[in-house]
Design a protein around this ligand. Structure first.
Ligand SMILES: Cc1cc2nc3c(=O)[nH]c(=O)nc-3n(C[C@H](O)[C@H](O)[C@H](O)COP(=O)(O)OP(=O)(O)OC[C@H]3O[C@@H](n4cnc5c(N)ncnc54)[C@H](O)[C@@H]3O)c2cc1C
Length: 497
């Protein structure tokens, strides 16, 4: 069979394009060499945000698009995307109150805002949001963005693609691409060995590996080296900083900003850094200097800051940024996305994706399909703006309303357990629970709230193959377990995955 489209890479951009294309009636195969979202797309700050700081770089197009996408994703994926208040304290030597006020005014008005409240000034000595902060931080602002479960955003887009007929192959590496009889012949290497598939068009959405993929295209297909800059970013997770129920935006003396975000009920997520990176993207790790940098900044802001021994989880990722060469400073490299399209007469098209944000993946996918359209023949119109992601059809009451209805209907379950599952699966929670009448019917508990039934669902419906796919990406149950529990859970999962 010849597919209309083969997509290389199952990060957010690859799955977003695969879902959009499959929903327009194209036949699609997506190959991901590891797990869906296993690279950059699960190592983010987990925000759907306009990017307040990008205003300083005059990135108005990007910020407007991102602000608008907050509303679209809230409407279509209210189970895994939700509003979050951010507190931005003023610091001596930092950005002036006037500048912050002006920036927030633009932020409030640049994109359409329906569900997201406007910003406001705060007296931090009086407002409860000031309680966890050092008393000398007396003034600041509050504004709103959204949080997201990044890995689940990827998996749900893969699910949407598959629901529209796309073939999703994980642990499958694209090894070689060549042009045969006017089509792409793509070599796939997976668990079942090596095979070839044909495609009328190819999308390279390999994130930090985008250049390695170009290098594996047979000579004879002229495709320029793309201007890509790799920038590492790292995070640490600590028990919830006392009283920090809002997210905080902490200005560092070097002008950067670092987030401290409430995470997973009882933790705080702190990040990120911006470090130029040249190594293998798969080998990226947080350094002790980065941890010190993040912890030092927390000491400047919070009365009860975390210390190194509090760190319970750490992760790092590599941003595949489009290098606009504007500056040597990695923080100021644009977060815009770009496409390179090679489509000379008589040759099948190759679309390479550079840069981007989780926040803008849906628009990126629409733009990618627009670029490919002239080379693909008739296809159906754009559809993702008004269609919920799997489980996102929560109704007018949103997640809260759905949870009330769910807890009433499933009264044999602990409501806290149900709410946690509803946040993960939305309306698909019933597919996870099946006929079960209480937790006891879900098979043995594996710790951290994880049950055998859920693991089986993840294996059957969400391409989970390894314990980490379950513990750290499709759920964050790993964070709620001890090391010993994780080892035991991994052993139990070996026979389920
Ligand atoms: C520290 C950090 C914080 C961030 N925070 C945010 C945030 O809060 N909000 C936001 O909107 N954005 C954020 N971003 C940006 C966002 O995470 C990235 O823009 C996005 O995840 C990139 O997705 P991608 O699909 O291009 O790349 P990836 O997620 O890396 O996906 C590329 C995939 O291609 C696969 N692949 C590579 N080569 C092959 C091959 N030969 N065959 C098969 N598969 C292959 C890889 O395994 C990988 O899974 C952040 C990024 C970082 C690093």
């Amino acid at each position: 069979m010849t597919y209309d489209l083969v997509v290389v890479g199952g990060g957010i951009n690859g799955v977003g394009i695969a879902a959009d294309a499959a929903g327009r009636g194209l036949s699609v195969l997506l190959a991901e060499m590891g797990d869906l979202g296993g690279a950059t797309s699960s190592a983010s700050s987990k925000l759907i945000h306009g990017g307040l700081r990008y205003l300083e770089h005059f990135e108005f197009r990007l910020v407007r698009e991102a602000l608008q996408e907050r509303e679209v994703l809230l409407a279509n994926a209210g189970h895994i995307v939700w509003p979050q208040r951010f507190v931005l304290p003023q610091v001596p030597g930092g950005r002036s109150g006037l500048l912050l006020r002006a920036g927030l005014f633009v932020y409030d008005h640049l994109g359409r805002r329906r569900r997201i409240p406007a910003s406001s000034a705060l007296d931090l000595n009086r407002d409860p949001a000031g309680r966890p902060l050092k008393p000398e931080l007396a003034r600041g602002f509050a504004y709103w963005d959204c949080r997201v479960d990044d890995a689940r955003l990827v998996v749900l887009n893969a699910r949407a693609a598959a629901d529209h007929g796309a073939v999703i192959e994980t642990r499958t590496r694209v090894e070689r691409m060549r042009v045969v009889d006017g089509e792409w012949s793509v070599t796939l290497k997976g668990g079942d060995g090596v095979r070839e598939v044909r495609a009328r068009a190819l999308v390279n959405a390999a994130g930090p590996w985008v250049q390695s993929v170009v290098d594996e295209i047979d000579a004879g297909f002229a495709h320029a080296r793309e201007p890509l800059r790799l920038v590492k970013g790292s995070h640490i997770v600590v028990p919830r900083i006392r009283g920090a129920e809002d997210a905080y935006l902490c200005q560092s003396p070097d002008g950067r900003v670092v987030f401290a975000i409430p995470y997973e009920e009882r933790f705080t997520l702190i990040g990120t850094t911006d470090i130029p990176y040249t190594g293998d993207p798969a080998a990226v790790t947080i350094s002790s200097e980065e941890e010190d940098y993040l912890l030092d900044l927390m000491r400047r802001f919070f009365s009860n800051p975390p210390s190194r021994s509090d760190v319970v989880w750490r992760y790092a990722g590599v941003r595949p940024l489009y290098d606009d060469s504007a500056s040597a400073d990695p923080s100021s490299v644009t977060r815009e996305y770009r496409f390179e399209l090679s489509a000379e007469a008589g040759r099948p098209p190759l679309l390479t994706v550079l840069g981007g944000k989780l926040t803008t993946y849906r628009r990126l996918a629409e733009h990618a399909l627009q670029k490919l359209a002239p080379h693909m023949g008739p296809m159906q119109p754009a559809w993702t703006a008004h269609t919920p992601l799997p489980g996102g059809n929560l109704g007018d009451g949103g997640l809260t309303g759905f949870c009330v209805e769910l807890c009433g209907r499933r009264s044999g379950f602990d409501p806290v357990f149900l709410k946690r599952l509803a946040r993960r699966y939305g309306t698909l929670v019933d597919a996870v629970l099946g006929e079960a009448r209480s937790e006891a019917d879900l098979g043995p508990s594996l710790g951290g709230g994880l049950t055998e039934r859920e693991v089986l669902y993840l294996a059957q419906q969400e391409w989970a193959r390894e314990p980490d796919d379950v513990l750290w990406r499709r759920t964050k149950c790993g964070l709620h377990m001890t090391e010993k529990e994780r080892t035991r859970a991994a052993e139990s999962m070996a026979k389920l995955l």
